[in-house]
Design a protein. Structure first.
Ligand SMILES: CC(=O)SCCNC(=O)CCNC(=O)[C@H](O)C(C)(C)COP(=O)(O)OP(=O)(O)OC[C@H]1O[C@@H](n2cnc3c(N)ncnc32)[C@H](O)[C@@H]1OP(=O)(O)O
Length: 780
């Protein structure tokens, strides 16, 4: 029975150049046997099959569910995803992506009615302490099962105790490719690897690069990339998932390197750029064949050579993480930024130092993230010295346009989740918006609500993946809240309960053992050495986002106010839901620091290292509710203040002065200024007399710290004076670099400015002695 339908499915898939799903629900061993039968019935050889499973010993290429990323950039005739024992939603995304047009995705699942009730090893990972795996729910699977039951292109077999008991619930056939219905058949334009588009007559890239293109769209992109050989050229490539933009970029990078260029490639992670490197390598190896070995391989450095391809002409294709690549862009001949929309605009600007540059972005899907690229950075690019070429890729590479499995996967994993369209929210006002809980049950019942809320979370943050959808629906420690206007989601916050851990778990954490979730308690306990920190109960904002059309209008602040009221300030009577403190951890920018400070959050930590992708230092902030929360903040505010006194001239020496100002301004621990008379003589002398900063740097440091923490009108300093205090006094940088950085005409002008900045500090913090000392100079 299964074999029969598989043959038909496969035939239809091949005719239409589409994919099909065969879901085999029931006993695992029976499922595995049935999958072997299905592969055979479909006439697919074992070499063209991959299986993702926790088990081993199959006749196919094997991957573990947690390592399904290995399938990235692979194409298979069939992929079998064994969903028993450990069902990882990310692995489903990878498995679908690896199946070629004409191929099959075979899912082995428990009986669909039972599946939502079964807890597996993935659920263990959602059971963040103090929650247990029984607290995890099965809504993601419930939703997935319902798509399997209803979506076109999915065949569903319920397995019996033996093959005779198998029941075919749906055959998954759509009728595509039959009779006159040729709308979805492969067209000439779908191309074929062997006979790809040919090179234009005056092509600058090798013919092999054009021959490797699978669609006309791709060869148009390649043609546009040729411009990168000329300085001052920028190419922007936009496409949906699976259109081959990374491959086209890889072919271009390889071709440029074959011509002797140094091509610098970056992406949020190397795995995003894996496709770029795979295509570049193929081209380089093919073209360099018979010359001089092609790609250099260095056995000693292993991995590194995958990220640094060399050509006989002295060219290279090399990978660097975004922050490092932005720094190095000026030294390369061409920079290629893949998944550019996932990077902050500030980093993207660094790439404008490259002689020529390509930006590739996914328009929809998880990688498509920030509107920063679409809006702000594009303007910046148009104003730059570059001649900009735009290319858009629409034609799917490996399957026909109407592939039903693409539609099914988009739906099941919400790959196409998007915030409400701008027009729908244009008239929303803060006062009219309604605060509401996004309970998983409500989200499951309302696809529009789910799509808009998840879409907003995705759009505001590039690191979203199918596992996050499962967390939103099933993880016991997460809650979501939103502001809704006219039924549309205009702002959303994803919140995680943290802390409340027992003494044994706290000790484990203190001793360095990894405790899942609990990000803020973990930082405070293991990094900042506070064994009691994981006791109080916190609510961390994992993510918050306002619809891009409504930013800066107060929605974000209002949403936080409501959350504070519900779980803190007014939450006492609410079923014991009141937390001891609210918290947040995020890549610190001056504006975000201000946003959180205004919402009542105070700094506990600023990380010493920068995040690879965003290039920012992470800030951890707390907003206490109860006495226990206040104790926690008091300890960590004081520790932060004391740490920064020395850390700013050490690990934090390069942090942006506005980030330092923002983090200190949000510090809740005041500085007691207690200087000796000798020190006051130096400070007063530097401000109004003949003294110098260098005679009492420690005194200046205390004053600067006090003034920046107290902030505002306390000591009447302007922005540049505050930056000067950070750069010179706290970060201890050389006069030349400070003068240069802050735009002073000379180092002596810079020194004088520091003297001037000391005057309001004497006024604010000076002792009687200091003020009398000042009189000596100002009385004349
Ligand atoms: C844990 C985390 O999620 S931290 C990351 C926060 N999320 C994001 O960065 C996603 C993109 N940004 C957004 O969605 C919004 O800009 C939010 C959530 C940061 C703020 O929401 P809004 O509704 O715009 O905030 P609201 O109008 O209440 O307050 C405005 C303040 O927010 C901050 N803010 C506003 N826009 C931005 C922005 N693009 N980037 C950083 N901060 C911003 C500023 O402090 C601003 O005050 P200012 O105009 O005086 O500088």
């Amino acid at each position: 029975m299964i074999a029969g339908v598989t043959r038909e499915l496969r035939a239809e898939a091949e005719r239409a150049n589409e994919r099909r799903v065969l879901a085999l629900a029931g006993d695992r061993d029976r499922g595995i046997d049935a999958a072997y039968d299905a592969v055979e019935a479909a006439g697919i050889v074992s070499d063209d099959v991959s299986i993702v499973s926790t088990r081993e010993g199959f006749r196919f290429e094997e991957h573990r569910p947690r390592h399904a990323d290995e399938l990235l950039g692979r194409t298979r005739e069939a992929v079998i995803l064994d969903c028993h024992e450990q069902f990882v939603p990310n692995a489903l995304g990878r498995a679908v992506g690896a199946v070629d047009g004409g191929g099959l995705l075979i899912l082995l699942t428990p009986a669909l009615d039972d599946w939502p009730g079964i807890r597996d090893r993935f659920d263990d990972s959602l059971a963040v302490p103090p929650y247990r795996v029984d607290d995890v729910t099965g809504r993601f699977r419930e939703r997935l099962a319902s798509t399997l039951r209803t979506h076109p292109g999915v065949a569903l077999g319920a397995l019996g105790d033996d093959p005779d008991g198998d029941v075919l619930e749906r055959d998954g056939l759509t009728g595509a490719g039959r009779g006159t219905d040729t709308g979805t058949r492969p067209t000439e334009a779908d191309g074929d690897a062997a006979a790809g588009p040919s090179a234009p007559p005056d092509a600058r890239f090798p013919a092999a690069a054009y021959a490797a293109c699978r669609t006309d769209d791709q060869s148009r992109a390649l043609r546009a990339f040729e411009a990168l050989a000329d300085p001052e050229s920028a190419v922007v490539v936009e496409s949906d998932r699976g259109r081959g933009k990374s491959s086209a970029a890889g072919l271009a990078a390889g071709a440029l390197a074959l011509g002797g260029d140094d091509v610098l490639v970056t992406a949020p992670g190397f795995r995003n750029a894996a496709e770029v490197f795979a295509r570049a390598r193929e081209l380089i190896e093919g073209e360099a064949d018979g010359e001089r070995g092609g790609v250099d391989r260095d056995d000693r450095t292993g991995d590194a050579t995958d990220r640094d391809l060399r050509t006989p002409a002295g060219g290279r294709v090399r990978f660097l993480p975004p922050a490092a690549a932005a720094e190095a862009a000026g030294e390369a001949d061409t920079a290629v930024v893949d998944e550019a929309a996932a990077l902050p605009v500030r980093l993207l600007e660094g790439f404008l130092d490259a002689p020529s540059v390509a930006f590739c972005t996914t328009v929809h899907g998880y990688e498509g993230a920030g509107r920063g690229f679409a809006v702000r950075f594009r303007e910046r690019l148009l104003d730059s010295r570059f001649a900009v070429r735009d290319v858009r890729l629409d034609e799917p590479i490996r399957y026909a346009r109407n592939d039903p499995v693409e539609a099914w996967a988009s739906r099941a994993l919400l790959l196409d989740a998007r915030p409400a369209v701008d027009e729908a929210v244009a008239d929303a006002t803060v006062d009219d918006a309604t605060y509401r809980a996004l309970d998983p049950a409500d989200l499951l019942a309302d696809e529009t609500l789910l799509g808009e809320a998840f879409g907003l979370l995705v759009a505001a943050h590039y690191r979203t993946e199918p596992n996050d959808l499962a967390r939103l629906l099933d993880a016991p420690n997460l809650v979501a809240r939103a502001l809704v206007a006219d039924g549309r989601v205009v702002a959303v916050a994803l919140l995680a309960r943290e802390g409340g851990l027992d003494a044994a778990t706290r000790r484990e954490m203190y001793e360095g053992e990894r405790v899942r979730g609990n990000m803020v308690p973990d930082v405070l306990t293991s990094q900042l050495r506070d064994e009691a920190a994981a006791g109080p109960r916190g609510l961390r904002t994992v993510r918050i986002a306002t619809h891009h059309a409504l930013r800066d209008a107060g929605f974000g602040s209002r949403l936080l106010d409501e959350v504070h009221a519900e779980f803190g300030d007014d939450g006492a009577g609410d079923g014991g839901d009141r937390v001891d403190y609210f918290s947040v951890g995020y890549g610190a920018t001056p504006r975000l620091l201000r946003f959180w400070r205004r919402a009542g959050y105070r700094t506990a930590h600023l990380s010493t290292t920068r995040n690879d992708a965003s290039g920012e230092h992470s800030a951890v902030m707390l907003r206490p509710v109860t006495a226990a929360g206040r104790d926690l903040l008091d300890r960590h505010a004081a520790a932060f203040r004391d740490r920064e006194r020395d850390g700013l001239s050490d690990a934090h020496r390069d942090v942006d002065p506005d980030v330092v100002r923002g983090a200190l301004r949000a510090c809740a621990a005041p500085v007691a200024v207690d200087l000796t008379e000798t020190e006051w003589r130096s400070v007063v002398g530097a401000s109004v007399g003949p003294g110098m900063y260098d005679s009492a740097p420690g005194a200046f440091r205390d004053l600067a710290l006090a003034a920046l923490i107290e902030g505002g009108d306390a000591a009447d300093l302007d922005d540049r004076e505050e930056r000067l205090l950070v750069r010179k006094v706290l970060q201890g940088r050389p006069w030349e670099s400070v003068a240069d950085d802050l735009g002073f005409v000379s180092t002596s002008a810079c020194r004088r400015a520091l003297g001037d900045a000391a005057a309001p500090l004497v006024e604010r913090y000076g002792t009687e002695f200091a003020l009398a000392e000042r009189e000596r100079f100002t009385d004349d």
